[in-house]
Design a protein around this ligand. Structure first.
Ligand code: FEO
Length: 211
């Protein structure tokens, strides 16, 4: 049986006493305001923040895709494979958020994606852009987590922890690859080895993270 709130409320502009109507806790605006409790409904600020994150993940997927095309047409087949796979991962991040938003009673927005840069001055610029982009994604995720605490949405807070962990991995991977590129410099032989070994570097880091 639903618990009942004994407080009075207003309905249709006129005051309604507890003898006339008993509201469930979910319905009672006083209880909701005092406890910051929104039942199964997602707070509007959270759905807005999650839709921003959806757009960012969609943009990430698109950005990795344009980088993959650049790498493939420059002869960096290993880097292209890495970037195509990463583009798909980012799309999955976007879909996971969309399904969550819809399941929580809000509506996910399918983002329109703007075309990013299609030319790069080399692999170093590609991976510097990746690190800058992932750092921005992390900041946005941290903002969503902070907002969840402010409005006491512990369900979304829990859901977002997966993204927090994912960003730690992604930033670490981008930094590791930039370190390797710094060692390679402009040496063509070293860049050839970087391109050949990049998938094993990624696989090794994922294996360590899952261990
Ligand atoms: Fe899903 Fe790399 O952010």
């Amino acid at each position: 049986m639903a618990r009942r709130c004994q407080a009075t409320s207003t309905r249709g502009g006129s005051r309604v006493s507890k003898s006339e109507v008993l509201l469930t806790f979910d319905e009672c605006p006083r209880v909701r305001a005092r406890l910051g409790y929104f039942g199964d409904m997602m707070h509007e600020s959270i759905s807005l923040a999650l839709n921003q994150q959806i757009a960012l993940e969609g943009q990430s997927s698109h950005t990795y895709l344009t980088m993959a095309v650049w790498a493939e047409t420059k002869g960096f087949d290993g880097v292209a494979d890495f970037l195509y796979a990463h583009a798909e991962e980012e799309r999955q991040h976007m879909l996971k958020l969309m399904r969550f938003v819809n399941e929580r009673g809000a509506v996910a927005t399918v983002p329109s994606i703007h075309a990013g840069p299609t030319e790069y001055n080399g692999l170093r610029e590609v991976f510097e852009s990746i690190l800058a982009h992932e750092t921005r994604v992390t900041e946005n995720i941290n903002g969503v987590v902070d907002l969840c605490l402010q409005v006491k949405d512990y369900t979304t807070h829990n859901f977002m922890q997966w993204y927090v962990g994912e960003q730690i991995e992604e930033e670490a991977l981008a930094r590791k690859l930039l370190d390797k590129l710094a060692l390679a410099g402009d040496d063509h032989g070293a860049l050839y080895l970087f391109d050949r070994d990049i998938l094993s570097v990624m696989g090794g880091m994922q294996a360590n993270a899952g261990a």
